[in-house]
Write a protein that binds this ligand. Structure first.
Ligand code: BTN
Length: 323
């Protein structure tokens, strides 16, 4: 067990115990000295954990958890997604960092998280607002054994996972094609997939997910203040970011598994459970071209169907707005 794994294990053991956990038990479980345990406790306190120490009884974890890689991994025992957590105070973009790590051989399931992003990337060249200390900025490295076209389905996998993680907080979100997550018509989460591939083989996919969790409405910049929302605004309760992230990764792992073993059909069926635009008038923008019509649903490939002048057109990419 490396140093980091030992810290994760200490947090797991402290959480599992109902009162104090003895230093003896920690040292035996980890196979390290009592002094090494003490050093880890000091490091964990420096990370923001409130750990009480009693010479006769051992250690006890008080309420209030920090958001960091140790906390996340303590909630993710044995899972593929999150098997490696790269946690940063600040990055230009977690997608850019994950791309670089994947290029250098990082395994499937490694995730990158930052407290803040200085150049958070949105879809279609947009920017993703990423203030520090309140939201989630996450990128997941996936290595599906598929052709590039097959990776498109992962857009829907990520959308279903993000929708489920929001639903676990007690509000039902809607998906806006292809993968925005809305609550009451306002955007709560966005997804940006980036891929490295050759014509017939995907090397890796970076699934970047940004979720507005604890940001207050008056902290959004003016230009998105009417169109964005956050979970705290919708539920009235602050979100534990580590718990939210662990739920999201668990959902993502489940739906990724479904996608790999059963294909796109069950993923699309789950996605449709959150899709509310069918039958509604919409405007679709693709680069400098804008078309309006009525949304006629999505086809079996996940393409948006747009009814215009009595004809159905398939839309493969673009930005959709309700009219
Ligand atoms: C969108 O709706 O436009 C997509 C937004 C995606 C934002 C996330 S935040 C984590 C990851 N890193 C980035 O730079 N972008 C994605």
């Amino acid at each position: 067990m490396g140093e980091k794994e030992q810290e994760v294990e200490i947090i797991r053991l402290l959480k599992a115990g109902s009162g104090y956990t003895s230093g003896q038990l920690l040292s035996v479980s980890l196979g390290v000295s009592r002094t090494a345990v003490w050093k880890h406790i000091t490091a964990l306190r420096n990370m923001g954990y409130a750990i009480e120490a009693s010479p006769s009884k051992g250690y006890r974890l008080r309420e209030g958890r920090p958001f960091n890689g140790v906390e996340l991994q303590s909630l993710l025992a044995g899972r593929l997604l999150g098997s490696q957590v790269h946690f940063f105070d600040s990055l230009d973009s977690t997608n850019a960092k994950a791309f670089e790590l994947a290029r250098n051989g990082a395994p499937e399931g490694a995730v990158v998280i930052a407290e803040t992003q200085t150049k958070g990337k949105g879809r279609i060249g947009r920017k993703w607002e990423s203030p520090a200390g309140m939201n989630l900025y996450l990128s997941i490295i996936l290595r599906p054994k598929v052709a590039p076209q097959g990776a498109q389905g992962l857009t829907f996998v990520a959308a279903v996972a993000a929708a489920e993680a929001v639903l676990a907080n007690g509000v039902k979100p809607a998906v806006k094609w292809p993968n925005d997550i809305l609550i009451g018509g306002r955007k709560t989460a966005g997804i940006l997939l980036e891929m490295d591939s050759e014509p017939d083989r995907v090397h890796f996919v970076i699934a970047g997910i940004g979720v507005n969790l604890n940001i207050k409405q008056d902290s959004f910049p003016e230009y998105i203040s009417q169109t964005a929302t956050s979970l705290i605004e919708e539920t009235g309760s602050p979100v534990d970011r580590a718990v939210f992230t662990a739920n999201l990764l668990a959902s993502m792992e489940r739906w990724y598994g479904v996608y790999l073993s059963e294909g796109f059909v069950p993923v699309l069926a789950a996605w449709k459970g959150y899709f509310a635009s069918a039958g509604r008038p919409v405007k679709v923008t693709f680069f400098d071209k804008t078309v309006t019509g009525v949304c006629a649903g999505v086809d079996e490939d996940g393409a948006l169907l747009l009814e215009r002048d009595g004809r159905i057109e398939r839309v493969l990419s673009g930005d959709v707005e309700a009219l």
